[in-house]
Write a protein that binds this ligand. Structure first.
Ligand code: SAM
Length: 246
């Protein structure tokens, strides 16, 4: 097997080994090796999903029944389209609107925008394409990393807060919000905003999420139809399906 410039092969355990190449850094080689040996990557390819992330949504759906009966869905940070595919599979007649900075290969039955969610007109475009309030808003967005852990964390948390802010204007009362978050502090503002706006808020790490990664998912269900900043009723539940991120 030849990958890039370096010859590669399989170890006795059947794992693909990638030799370092002059133009590839050690960390890229490690990433490539992990990618090639990742059972979720192989399963995604076999199932025709565009991303291994598709399995994260499938696992979250199994646990929280997110996709049952939904008719309108927004996918923030949708490229390359794995989550859209999963929603379409479950609800072929649903109105699905995806948006991403990156271009996405068309998916029949899905409205896709190549756009920054932070653009002034993004929300209006999504609303118009949805044709009504959403049952589910999903965000798998992650900011492009700059290599400085704290900066990367803050940028991604900022994106997630923007996603939540938008979700509170797109969702119908009773609707759900699922978003990727990062462990490591700085998310208490987000969690308290979620607790104000939704009946239940849970942090989970689906099995398809790599163990070494700091990503978690927040699943907020039962949108109260309140604008952010409204006083929180005392009966709010804050259950964690697993321990919350550090
Ligand atoms: N759930 C997707 C799937 O299954 O195919 C994978 C999403 S990928 C992990 C995260 C995406 O968030 C990237 O494609 C990135 O371009 C997008 N993203 C990051 N910042 C964004 C922004 N400001 N507006 C729109 N998309 C953004």
């Amino acid at each position: 097997m030849t990958i890039g410039e370096g010859p590669s092969g399989r170890s006795r355990g059947g794992k693909v080994r990638v030799k370092t190449a002059r133009k590839r850094s050690t960390s890229s080689t490690r990433w490539l090796e992990r990618h090639l040996n990742d059972p979720y990557v192989a399963a995604a390819r076999a199932a025709g999903y565009r991303s291994r992330s598709a399995f994260k949504l499938k696992e979250l759906d199994t646990q929280f029944n997110l996709l049952a009966g939904i008719d309108r869905v927004v996918d923030l940070g949708a490229a390359p389209g794995g989550w859209c595919q999963v929603v379409l599979e479950h609800r072929p007649r649903a109105r699905i609107v995806g948006i991403d900075l990156l271009p996405i290969e068309p998916i029949p039955g899905v409205v896709l925008f190549e756009k920054d969610i932070l653009d002034d007109d993004s929300e209006a475009m999504i609303k118009a394409a949805l044709g009504g309030l959403a049952d589910l808003v999903m965000s798998d967005m992650a900011a492009n990393t700059v290599g400085h852990k704290q900066t990367d964390h803050l940028r991604t948390m900022g994106l997630i807060e923007a996603g939540l802010d938008m979700a509170t204007r797109l969702l119908r009362p009773g609707g759900d919000f699922v978003a990727k978050v990062l462990a490591g502090g700085g998310d208490s503002t987000l969690t308290s905003a979620l607790k104000k706006a939704f009946a239940t808020v849970k942090h989970v790490k689906p099995p398809a999420s790599r163990k070494g990664s700091s990503e978690w998912y927040v699943v907020a269900q039962g949108f109260k139809g309140l604008a952010l900043g409204s006083p929180a009723p005392s009966s709010l539940a804050d259950e964690h399906a697993e321990p919350p991120p550090a």
